[in-house]
Write a protein that binds this ligand. Structure first.
Ligand SMILES: [Zn+2]
Length: 180
């Protein structure tokens, strides 16, 4: 790579780093752009799957909640969305209020990991939820409201009202600007 993928600058400073999460010992060369300070991987491996295996932190099991607890979660969401009262705000975010969602909105989560956030939304009353991650084990229907797809968002043949990305998924995308 001779120019920055993002801003086109030629001021790239390369350095190498070893894969440590799984201890595979692979060395990767990264470049830091001196203009926009973005970090980019020089040669993206053909097969990324082994770096996102079952032990990857985001693929640990989904925690299901009992039906009584789900009734409480539904009530809490309803009160929160209508009143905006902070005491009812779910731990995962005030952003829900700002989006002014309706329960039937189709929501996608890019890089959904085990799907826990979407699961919480599903038991709180949202009805059309889709998680995307090309590295999950398999496509799974979690409940009537939630499906986790083993594919990337670019491969989805659906339109969404909301597309969310949490815990920074940009650095995991081969083409973050979605130019292709
Ligand atoms: Zn740059």
């Amino acid at each position: 790579m001779s120019t920055c993928k993002f801003c086109g600058s030629s001021q790239l400073v390369p350095f190498s780093a070893e894969e440590r999460m799984f201890g595979l010992g692979t060395e990767f060369t990264y470049s830091e752009c001196q203009e926009c300070y973005s970090l980019q991987l020089e040669d993206i491996p053909q097969d990324l799957a082994k770096y996102y295996s079952g032990e990857y932190y985001s693929f640990t099991g989904l925690t299901y909640s009992a039906s009584l607890k789900n009734i409480i979660k539904q009530l809490r969401m309803k009160v929160f969305l209508t009143s905006g009262w902070k005491v009812f705000q779910p731990s995962y975010g005030a952003w829900l209020l700002k989006l002014n969602l309706s329960y039937s909105d189709r929501i996608a989560d890019v890089g959904c990991g085990n799907g826990q956030l979407l699961y919480e939304l599903s038991v709180s009353g949202f009805k059309d939820l889709h998680g995307f991650d090309p590295f999950m084990e398999q496509t799974k229907q979690i409940n009537s409201a939630l499906k986790l797809w083993k594919k990337s968002i670019e491969e989805a043949e659906m339109k969404f009202d909301v597309i969310m990305m949490h815990q920074i998924s940009f650095e995991h995308m081969e083409d973050p600007a979605l130019k292709s």
